[in-house]
Design a protein around this ligand. Sequence first.
Ligand code: NI
Length: 180
Amino acid sequence: MALLRIRKFPDPALKEPALPVKNIDGRLNGFIDSMVQTMYAAPGVGLAAPQVGDSRRIVVLDTDHENPGKSLLKLVNPQIVESHGTITWEEGCLSVIDFTADVQRAEKILVRAWTPEEKEIEIEADDLLAVALQHEIDHLDGKLFIDRISRIKRELYRRKLAKLIKEGKADGKPPSAVRI
Ligand code: NI
């Protein structure tokens, strides 16, 4: 099992919509376990395959870092089938350094997905789990949370990042808000 390299904005891999996994079988396990280790090591509450340069619809999440593993989700081909209400949450992302922003999302969602054991499951989520699931599924569609904020805010971030890169400080970790 190896830690995977997390791609950072503006890496083009993050823009690529991921493809559904056609055969869910044991061959996914090694990769998914590496994703889980990479998520915990970061640390983050979620990680999507495109963030490690893999264009398949796979995400891992654990919103309870007090009890690692207890609420761990490994999802293949997740889809939002219902959403209700709105919620605003300060989001950060393992792929976006030195920036967080308030993002508006659905408050409650119902997600349908497959487990790596090829079992179809449904997850009813609210609060952080709902936010994290929507954030990760966005990654599968080649979207980052900074695509969901105003153009002005995004432009300010681009400039800040360009300055950090110029000054050689761009290797910083994502800030300590929720990293998903
Ligand atoms: Ni993210």
